[in-house]
Design a protein around this ligand. Sequence first.
Ligand SMILES: C[S@@+](CC[C@H](N)C(=O)[O-])C[C@H]1O[C@@H](n2cnc3c(N)ncnc32)[C@H](O)[C@@H]1O
Length: 216
Amino acid sequence: MNTFTGPLILAAKQLRRTLKLSPIQFVFRRLRQNGIRLGTITALEAFGGTGVNQTPDLYAAVKHLDIWDISPPRREMLQRKFPRAKVTIGDSYLMIQSPRNTYDLVLMDVGEQMGDRFEHFEMFPHVFNALNNPGVLIFNETPVIRDRDPERLRQRQEFYMVKDPSTISWAEVEAAYNRRARESGWIIDHFFRERRWVFDLKSDPMYYTVLMLRRL
Ligand SMILES: C[S@@+](CC[C@H](N)C(=O)[O-])C[C@H]1O[C@@H](n2cnc3c(N)ncnc32)[C@H](O)[C@@H]1O
């Protein structure tokens, strides 16, 4: 059984959600404090999976949600759980290259390795083309990793332009996204992070990184 989706973990996640203590609920509070009226916006969950992490919170918070996932059997499950959402099955790394719609908020809940891709790297810079102006990007960040996979380290080094890709400071993370945003014609108005507590002691510390962006 997957440790992330066992019955105890699911119950713990649900309890945390009910108590309004989920990490994504803290992110939403900060977005609201910064003037984002979540109930009026459109959003994309680019890696829907089984929809047990933050998808229920995002679905409940926004006006309209599109969900993408690569796995055909997930279509029915996601559509049943989130009946008002539009579910699309396909490879998100490819779909993001020519998005049919644009969104006020795009969330990328990627794993460390997805097939032969690592983290969210190949979603950039295309993901900027899926954003309305102003727009919000939320994605997973693991600044310190124990993994020594040479290809993952090489891609981290290239993406963040750092000396040590296994231990990246927040200043380096911030600099990398400021640079990437500018290269694509955007500016980051607010940059913040929220620790994700993923109920797995073996996992590297993971954060939601949040970029509030507008066009230059
Ligand atoms: C970390 S999980 C997402 C969890 C989900 N957001 C939730 O709330 O439960 C990542 C998911 O992305 C999906 N996936 C993997 N590769 C993909 C790809 N290339 N395109 C779209 N989805 C992919 C897999 O189905 C996997 O379950």
